[in-house]
Write a protein that binds this ligand. Structure first.
Ligand code: NAD
Length: 351
């Protein structure tokens, strides 16, 4: 049993913590919070709450029971999943080193913080015995699931993508934009393609991005060129066979926008409307000779959850890639086909 801590119990941290609790080869020892709030109260009631030494007094004043300090927690675990806000993780690295624990950073940290960027479908085996691993961001995870699946089946020549980014997560009431489409950045390229290359350095990829006033999900508009002509049906089949990619029949389902993707997640009983799968609109897949167009949706809050669980298994050599995917996906109810998702929906209705 690998003993796991989660530092930072926010959007990503709470999902990863819950996912770790569902595995049979790892155990969640504790999570840390820096501010007293309902999540801290919840973690306290679960007997999982630890806080940085300098925050102890704050929690005592608020009357919230804690199990100990972050330093004490680090003494009890083998690995810490750092889910603190972007750029904060690197500040903790010396502490993780001091306690001799492995650490998994998130996409808000630079590649150099861990020195190894991870995506299950692309480089699972390379994480073995690493002390530090960075699970790439939500957008990069979505791009890489698609790209590595395509590269496994076809000769990909180049990828051009426009990332339509959500402005904020649903709870982030102080962020925007409220009424603008903001180039991100206005000078090309966006950082997403550069980030993809931290995992697949030999790929010809360029990306642009805009931020829009929505909180539910990102959308990617892709143009992919292959070395040889490909058939639309072959591409769709490869995507249908791949783990964590869900091809949704747009006409049949009526799921034709990001809001409906999230509504679908709600209706099939997904907690917090989590859609762990990369959602590809079937009817958006268009092929002409060597060239393909495609649109896909990324639920930013949840898509990296399975990759964090896999990263733990990969670093400790607990299971092969295929076995880890099977375990993670079964425990989280991740599906491969629209039919399977509907079956989950039937169960969620109590049948
Ligand atoms: P968040 O703000 O929702 O959660 C961060 C948590 O860390 C909060 O509980 C906060 O209280 C805590 N925290 C703040 N300062 C801290 C400190 N100094 N020490 C310990 N804990 C501290 O952030 P998030 O959205 O979960 O993002 C975490 C990481 O995951 C970032 O690197 C981010 O880029 C990445 N990520 C976020 C998303 C997303 O859509 N939210 C998707 C993929 C990756």
């Amino acid at each position: 049993m690998v003993k796991v801590a989660v530092n930072g119990f926010g959007t990503i941290g709470k999902r990863v913590a819950e996912a770790v609790m569902k595995q049979d080869d790892m155990t969640l020892v504790g999570v840390t919070k820096t501010r007293p709030d309902y999540l801290a109260l919840l973690a306290s009631k679960l007997g999982l709450l630890y806080v940085p030494q300098d925050r102890l007094e704050k929690f005592q004043k608020a009357g919230i029971e804690v199990q100990g300090t972050l330093e004490e927690l680090l003494e009890k675990v083998d690995v810490v999943v750092d889910a603190t806000p972007g750029g904060v993780g690197k500040e903790y690295k010396p502490l993780y080193e001091k306690h001799g624990v492995k650490a998994i950073f998130q996409g808000g940290e630079k590649h150099e913080v861990a020195g190894f960027s991870f995506s299950t479908l692309c480089n699972y085996d390379e994480a073995k015995d690493k002390q530090f691993v960075r699970v790439v961001s939500c957008n990069t995870t979505g791009l890489l699931r698609l790209i590595c699946t395509l590269r496994q089946n076809f000769k990909v020549k180049s990828v051009r993508a426009t990332i339509v980014r959500r402005g904020a997560d649903p709870h982030e009431t102080k962020k925007g934009p409220i009424d603008a489409i903001v180039p991100n950045p206005v000078t090309l390229p966006s950082h997403h393609g550069i980030d993809v290359k931290t995992v697949v350095p030999d790929l010809d990829i360029q990306t642009t991005a805009v931020v829009v006033p929505t909180t539910l999900a990102h959308t990617h508009v892709l143009n992919i060129r292959f070395e040889e002509p490909v058939k639309r049906e072959d591409v769709l089949e490869a995507l249908r066979q791949a783990p964590r990619i869900l091809v949704i029949p747009t006409e049949l389902s009526g799921v034709k926008d990001s809001a409906k993707v999230i509504e679908l997640a709600r209706d099939v009983g997904r907690k917090r409307h989590d859609m762990y799968e990369l959602v590809v609109y079937e009817e958006s897949v268009a092929v002409e000779g060597n060239e393909m167009f495609l649109m896909q949706v990324v639920h930013q809050e949840s898509i990296v959850t399975p990759e964090n669980v896999d990263a733990i298994r990969a670093m400790f050599g607990l299971a092969s890639k295929e076995e880890s995917i099977r375990k993670t996906d079964t425990s989280l109810g991740i599906v491969r086909t629209f039919e399977e998702l509907l079956e989950a929906g039937v169960k969620a209705f109590g049948k």
